[in-house]
Design a protein around this ligand. Structure first.
Ligand code: SF4
Ligand code: SF4
Length: 143
């Protein structure tokens, strides 16, 4: 079963994504691509597409409720990293629940995370792919 965020994307269409200008790659190498941001005030930028309604972050590549990916996942702003999916870490997330309900999706429950108990459960947005195989064991040493 995939990580629920990979079939959702709802929270990237509900909130203004604002952050300090220092997070931009204009100021910090490897930061948020500056061309995807706009000035919010003297100290903050926001992701384009999230300043006003209808909100949809310009970096979102998704068919909400079917498939979703952040096209700048490794370089997304800190505020995006702080939004947990409900029950991923043992508690509900108001932002996640509200966003999913706005799209007619059911809120996540603890049952949506049982797949993590499977042995090969590495289907997570933060994974670069399947985890490498464990190193082979050395041959047994003859007694
Ligand atoms: S955090 Fe919640 S609303 Fe956001 S993509 Fe994941 S499941 Fe959807
Ligand atoms: S930067 Fe990525 S994670 Fe953040 S709102 Fe945009 S699409 Fe979503």
């Amino acid at each position: 079963m995939p990580h629920p965020c990979l079939t959702c994307g709802a929270c990237c269409t509900q909130y203004r994504v604002a952050f300090h200008w220092m997070e931009s790659d204009a100021a910090t190498e490897g930061g948020v691509p500056a061309e995807l941001t706009e000035r919010l005030d003297a100290h903050r930028l926001c992701m384009r597409g999230t300043y006003s309604d209808p909100i949809r972050c310009v970096a979102l590549d998704a068919d909400i409720g079917r498939r979703s990916r952040c096209s700048i996942h490794a370089r997304r702003p800190s505020v995006c990293r702080e939004v947990d999916a409900s029950w991923e870490f043992g508690k509900a997330s108001e932002q996640c629940d509200k966003a999913r309900v706005a799209h007619g999706l059911p809120v996540l429950t603890a049952a949506d995370w049982r797949w993590r108990d499977d042995a090969d459960n590495d289907d997570h947005p933060d994974d670069s792919g399947n985890s490498p195989s464990p190193p082979a064991l050395p041959p047994p040493i003859a007694a």
